[in-house]
Design a binder for this molecule. Structure first.
Ligand code: ZN
Length: 468
């Protein structure tokens, strides 16, 4: 797998650089007039209440990059293709048929090009790490590639090209329904037995070994795609993060109840030990008791508000979960639209519509909604993706930083108000610069390799869609 213009490289290539922010969210809270020295990919020094030096890169508001805890990068290529109504009632399940037809045609080079587009947009949208829930493993005919990690290498190449930090989650997928039902033909590129998955995991480790800060975990796809025995075996294969799709759909809950007599989150907790390494993706249709179990165990709820709205999944009971002390983060999932700020806006607005009240995701004791959401999403995203836990920028941390421009060039709104403006007012237009491991990967809102990435993406997509 070759890539054009790789962004990530040896740390020794990083020149020392100085950034200056009118204000920055530090691990000690907001600070004014902040000068940050970057060296070898890390935050080398932070000085507050100091004027900018002549060569400093000057910005309004600085904060840590967020982790995108759930992505299927290749689905970026079908964004906009499933917004046409068929003769029947459209749902997640009809969308999945479109996804299966799209996935049938993808080759490794095309996956790399599409993933690079998705990852570049993630960086532009405020995400500096992505957890890639990677389930497209085999060749078009369903047979494994000679190297089982071929597709993992395609994802890793896209991470290298764009510079995003990668948490790779190879997916174990074996069945089409609860009770170990045989997979269907459309799932042939996803399925493995346990021995095949072990090999895939080894090769995935090799594929990511040269990426700085890469993390490797596992993802049993869903309770319908794995048996209890397989679930326990897959969890035993990794010390990294464990992610699973759960309770996204009402039908999935009904099928689970019909087969096991209990709801999905209860079934998961009854089957394996679930702890802070886990991310329960969606968890949309959960009972109060299930929410309590999730919160008490310290798992991260992996919320994907834009995709959940796009697919008509439902609304996560966030108010009850927050009241129970639950941890959460956000993911871009189907990548139909990629933006950390928009995910947070959609999350809060869906809760307002559901609750018929305002500022649902804020701290119940009061305070800024944007501030509370960004802090929660930073901590939950870092936990779920196996990154060092980041509450704010601090010396010694990997230099993953986003800069928000001040609205219309005026002074930055102070402290958390800048986050409220970003999420609820100005959106992605606020993000003018992003550094990933100390290198500037986004300038004036655009990824520095965007022209090459767009060319590769357009080439890949025209070939894939011309086969339609
Ligand atoms: Zn997903």
């Amino acid at each position: 797998m070759t890539v054009d213009t790789p962004i990530a490289g040896p740390d020794t290539a990083s020149p020392p650089a100085w950034l200056w922010f009118e204000q920055a969210l530090l691990d000690t809270g907001w600070a004014r007039s902040v000068r940050i020295g970057l060296r070898n990919g890390l935050i080398d020094s932070i000085v507050t209440d100091v004027a900018a030096a002549p060569d400093d890169s000057v910005h309004a508001t600085g904060l840590p990059g967020l982790a995108n805890l759930h992505s299927h990068a290749f689905q970026r290529g079908m964004a906009g293709l499933a917004e046409v109504r068929g003769s029947s009632r459209d749902s997640f399940w009809t969308w999945r048929e479109t996804m299966y037809r799209f996935v049938d045609r993808l080759r490794p080079d095309e996956v790399a090009a599409i993933a690079a587009m998705a990852f570049a947009e993630m960086l532009e949208g405020g995400f500096t790490r992505v957890a890639e829930f990677h389930y497209l493993h085999h060749n078009i005919d369903g047979r494994p590639f000679a190297n089982p990690g071929e597709m993992a290498e395609a994802v890793a190449a896209a991470a290298e090209q764009t510079g995003i930090a990668l948490t790779l989650l190879p997916v174990f997928y074996a069945h089409s329904a609860f009770g170990g039902a045989a997979p269907v033909e459309a799932q042939r590129r996803f399925v493995n037995d346990l021995d095949g998955f072990q090999r895939l995991l080894q090769e995935s480790g090799r594929a990511t070994s040269n990426l700085p800060d890469a993390v490797l975990g596992v993802a049993p796809h869903s309770l319908r795609a794995v048996t209890g025995e397989e679930l326990r075996a897959v969890c035993g294969m990794s010390r990294g993060p464990i992610h699973i799709h759960i309770a996204e759909q009402v039908r999935e809950v009904e099928d689970c109840l019909a087969w096991s007599g209990v709801r999905p989150v209860d079934l998961l907790f009854d089957t394996v030990e679930v702890d802070r390494r886990w991310c329960l993706v969606h968890a949309t249709h959960t009972s109060p008791g299930e929410l309590q179990r999730m919160a008490a165990s310290g798992v991260v709820a992996g919320l994907c508000p834009i995709t959940e709205a796009n697919l008509g999944d439902g609304v996560f009971p966030a108010a009850d979960y927050l009241a129970a002390g639950g941890v959460w983060g956000v993911g871009s999932d189907s990548n139909v639209s990629i933006s950390a700020g928009q995910e947070l806006r959609m999350l809060e607005y869906s809760q307002r519509l559901l609750q018929r009240s305002r500022n649902v995701m804020a701290d119940p004791a009061g305070g800024s909604t944007g501030g509370a959401m960004v802090r929660d999403a930073l901590a939950g995203g870092a936990q779920a993706t196996g990154a060092d836990v980041i509450a704010g920028l601090g010396e010694g941390q990997v230099a993953d930083i986003i800069a928000l421009a001040a609205p219309d060039g005026s002074a930055a709104p102070p402290g958390d108000h800048a986050l409220d403006h970003w999420i609820f007012v100005t959106g992605d237009g606020s993000i003018d610069a992003v550094w990933r491991r100390g290198r500037q990967v986004v300038k004036e809102g655009r990824h520095v390799a965007r022209p090459d990435i767009v060319r590769g993406y357009a080439r890949a997509l025209s070939r894939v869609l011309s086969d339609a």
